[in-house]
Design a protein around this ligand. Structure first.
Ligand code: DX5
Ligand code: ZN
Length: 220
């Protein structure tokens, strides 16, 4: 297994102090910044765009993991690549040409990911494994932080872990939604190596303590 990555979602950060909130979680031991982009079209919420990504880019050296919940996706792929994103993932339902959109992410110099909603079949991965650097499994329906973890995501993670291992490719398996200290061990045991957590980290009084507790659970 790859070394575990913890990626706090800034969706649950204090937006009035966003730069400081980015710095704080990285100094507290997090690895990536998870950046949730919602358009009030593909999902019923509206968040932040490439201007904010560009603004936080100089604040940290940590990779910025952009999760696009927008439809269509291609213009936003270009905008976020230019704004300094390192990883860009999108939902297959949001692109008419998934293979083309994945290719565009890599051509713009970023790592490419596909995001599966709780009800989305893993079948859509079959013909694009060679285009992928990351597979992101949603363990909530996308649109909001602070929702409860959907248990079927564990079985799906085990299935996708098998697909990744069988492919022999260098692909990260990430999970997003409802991840807490008390369920992260089960998620890791299902084969996940990259953990998004929004409310569990930004809602805690001590970021360092919760990130350390999560790492302790993963390593145990
Ligand atoms: C949901 C977002 C998640 C969300 C996770 O649509 O993609 O990244 O912020 O938040 P928590 O960890 O609170 O479920
Ligand atoms: Zn997300």
């Amino acid at each position: 297994m790859k070394p575990a990555i913890i990626a706090p979602s800034i969706l649950s950060a204090d937006f009035a102090r966003l730069g400081d909130e980015v710095t704080a979680v990285i100094e507290a031991g997090a690895d990536w910044i998870h950046f949730d982009v919602m358009d009030n079209h593909y999902v019923p919420n509206l968040t932040i765009g490439p201007m904010i990504c560009k603004a936080i880019r100089p604040v940290t050296k940590a990779p910025i993991d952009v999760h696009l919940m927008v439809k269509p996706v291609d213009a936003m792929i270009e905008a976020f690549a230019e704004a300094g994103a390192d990883w860009i993932s999108f939902h297959p339902e949001a692109s008419d040409h998934v293979d083309r959109s994945l290719d565009l992410i890599r051509r713009k110099g970023c790592k490419a990911g596909l995001v599966l909603n709780p009800a989305t079949s893993v079948d859509c991965l079959e013909w694009v494994m060679d285009r992928l650097d990351l597979i992101l499994l949603m363990s909530v329906n996308p649109g909001f932080g602070g929702q409860a973890f959907i248990p079927s995501a564990l079985a799906k993670a085990r299935r996708v872990r098998e697909l990744i291992d069988a492919s022999g490719r260098d692909i990260r398996l990430e999970i997003d939604g409802g991840v807490k200290t008390d369920n992260i061990r089960a998620v890791a045991e299902a084969g996940v190596d990259t953990f998004v957590a929004g409310s569990a980290i930004y809602g805690a009084p001590d970021y360092r303590a919760v990130i350390a507790a999560m790492r302790g659970e993963i390593a145990a």
